[in-house]
Design a protein around this ligand. Structure first.
Ligand SMILES: Nc1nc2c(ncn2[C@@H]2O[C@H](COP(=O)(O)OP(=O)(O)OP(=O)(O)O)[C@@H](O)[C@H]2O)c(=O)[nH]1
Length: 308
């Protein structure tokens, strides 16, 4: 049974006008004519943009759009008014308040035909600026975490786990395209003595400076990894062992000649070099490692190529 005060037809149940409803809604709402001029704005719309109703009605809607998007927005408005789509639009936009602040909104628009037979665009807006800011902060935090998970905090080079994963990738690529790949295992010489004589902080400064020298000297396509302690791995995709030997020996000389601390300490490295020849990444590293130990045994501060 119907409520005695409730009319039977649902279409006749609102005892106020549509404009009353729009004025009362906490959502910003506006109506623009076919040319994009505001015909109606509700109080929530005015409050969000910081304009009065008088300042908005009669103005073109691009008043609340950053200059860079004017032309895009005009075209979209025209297409929307003329379009024969569903007549609805749900989109995220950056908009500009009267005080110049940029905000992000979701706009829900509907095309409606007025009593005069002319099309209009009715838009509801939802402010999502706070959510956007949080999303951006979350994205930056994730990026930072991902960077931390892949890099050594002292030197900024790839850490062991990320470096070995890169080596696997490069070996796979090399197999597929039959390209060259060389790796160099580099170990600081007599580093314990530096720590013991000058302290751990100086030791850390040496590792940082050494990493910077490696970064500056290597090709952009080379990959430098801090495997741990005073041991570094250089992965050189597309480089033959002969070219790698020249490059790494140049780096060795550069390191030996360059003071790496304010006290002008210099250090040397011993390097074992191996070229990829179809083996697994583990075997490739073993070859480079063995060559590095020979470099140590033969007197340090030298590059030794792995035996074929
Ligand atoms: N300051 C500092 N020292 C480190 C770090 N990681 C490893 N070490 C030190 O590196 C030194 C390595 O010493 P050893 O393995 O004996 O090698 P070495 O003295 O370089 O001698 P050779 O390799 O035979 O030339 C040790 O004293 C470690 O404590 C680090 O992150 N910071």
């Amino acid at each position: 049974m119907n409520h005695p005060n409730r009319p039977a037809s649902p279409s006749a149940c609102l005892p106020f006008t549509t404009a009353d409803v729009l004025r009362a809604t906490p959502l910003g709402a506006c109506v623009t004519d076919a040319d994009g001029f505001f015909e109606f704005v509700n109080p929530a719309y005015c409050e969000f943009y910081g304009y009065t109703q008088e300042e908005l009605v009669g103005q073109h809607f691009t008043l609340v759009v950053p200059k860079a998007s004017h032309s895009t927005m005009r075209h979209l408005h025209d297409d929307f008014i003329a379009g024969d789509d569903r007549g609805e639009l749900h989109q995220e936009w950056e908009v500009r308040r009267k005080d110049g602040q940029l905000r992000t909104i979701i706009a829900e628009a509907t095309r409606m035909i007025g009593d005069d037979g002319r099309p209009r665009k009715m838009t509801f807006i939802i402010d999502i600026s706070v959510r956007k800011r949080l999303e951006e902060r979350l994205r930056q935090a994730n990026e930072h975490l991902e960077h931390m998970a892949r890099h050594d905090p002292l030197t900024g080079l790839l850490n062991r786990r990320a470096g070995l994963a890169r080596l696997e990738e490069e070996v796979t690529r090399c197999r597929r395209y039959a390209s060259s790949l060389s790796v160099a295992m580099c170990d600081l010489d007599a580093f314990k003595a530096i720590n013991d004589t000058h302290g751990h902080a100086t030791g850390d400064a040496v590792l940082e400076a050494l990493s910077q020298l490696i970064r500056d000297d290597m090709r952009r396509t080379d990959i430098a990894v801090r495997l741990g302690g005073e041991e570094f791995l250089l992965i050189m995709p597309g480089v033959t062992p002969a070219s790698a030997e020249q490059a790494v020996d140049r780096l060795r000389r550069l390191i030996a000649e360059t003071p790496v601390t304010p006290q002008r300490l210099t250090v040397t490295i011993s390097v074992g070099l191996a070229g990829f020849d179809g083996e697994t990444p583990e075997r490739l590293l073993e070859h480079a490692d063995r060559a590095m130990y020979r470099a140590k045994r033969d007197g340090r501060n030298r590059v030794v190529k792995a035996a074929d």
